[in-house]
Design a protein around this ligand. Sequence first.
Ligand code: PMT
Length: 404
Amino acid sequence: MAPLTNKRILLGVTGGIAAYKSADLVRRLQDAGAEVRVAMTRAATEFITPLTMQALSGKPVHLDLLDTEAEAAMGHIELARWADLVVIAPASADFIAKLAHGQADDLLTATCLATAAPVAVAPAMNQGMWAKASTCENIATLESRGFAMLGVGEGSQACGDIGPGRMQEPLTIVAAVEALFKTGKLAGRKVVITAGPTREALDPVRFLSNHSSGKMGYALAEAAAEAGAETLLISGPTNLPAPERVRLISVTSARDMLAAALEAADGCDLFIGCAAVADYRPGSEEPLKIKKSDDILTLTLVKNPDIVATVAGLPHRPFTVGFAAETHDLEAHASRKLAEKKLDAIIANDVSRSDIGFNSEDNQVLLITDDTREALPLLGKGQLARVLIEKLSTRLDERRRASP
Ligand code: PMT
């Protein structure tokens, strides 16, 4: 699988002669598997046309902050939410100065200010501008605020000067982007994640199940692998391919999932129960197809074992995290499940909305522990998964330090 598969990258192009290299960068990012959208400043359009970038990316190019039509389609806030990573290439001295001061007077600066995704910056400018104290200070400010500064190349410049300030080559930027998704926060850790629905057979052709697509759990597995964990994904039936560097065990029923989880829990550091496990299964599975006869068919259901609670009850339990899928009284129900299942943390998910939760691209959750409650913003599931893995790995480290 290509290294940037499932990654959504917003490429911001600002005004500079190196903008011609951005066209190639779109292609190189796509070759690496990324989905790319392009936003351009007005100055950038003087160097390369939006039409070129649109043809290469296969998506409309984003240009204006105050264009009602464009904002209605995918405005700067949606764009900020959509991106897993924003790459500014080339980033002019002027754009870097605006970024360092939190200005938001065009679409690209406003998107950078609004996004929760990391922002990588590939500067390009004349060597004299690059050496100026004001530029150096702006770069240092961005570095201190967590922007990924990709540095510059050296050599002859379009203006005839020779020195540092050339934009990095597209393949160098792609390699840096790939590295940014690998955090190493869970290096040496073993993580087990359950995902998707379970199916509880009624007869050879029918089953009880739910609407889980597996997207949230698979995104968590991908984020855990990017963070360096040895990652095992135990999944009910979904249409998703296994994420890269993740070992996938496919199961069908809750009882299959429990057996796989108990086997995997040995030596596991972090267990996340994201699967929508069927709470009940038919009391008996009919060996032959149930025939239509009476107007009313009465089913007897029996309770399934609780997987995440069973893992949390093991003598050498991992740091155990559940999800709570709720249609009402989100926080109260989630807090009750946190206590009843003896979990270390619970992720409360409102599943009454169609834009988040089951089978959606985005999600919005509350992360609750015994003594904390944090509301996370509405994000793409990939981006949210990375935020959750980062927060859970910090908790895991704190726990280890408290009781080594
Ligand atoms: O898969 P997607 O389409 O991306 O949707 C994501 C999601 C909505 C499924 C996910 O974000 C989510 O909320 N998962 C939990 C679904 C669920 O079953 O919630 P629950 O409140 O019924 O269960 C609470 C916790 O107990 C969960 O961690 C669940 O995995 C676990 N559980 C429940 C029953 C059971 N028999 N065994 C369990 O381990």
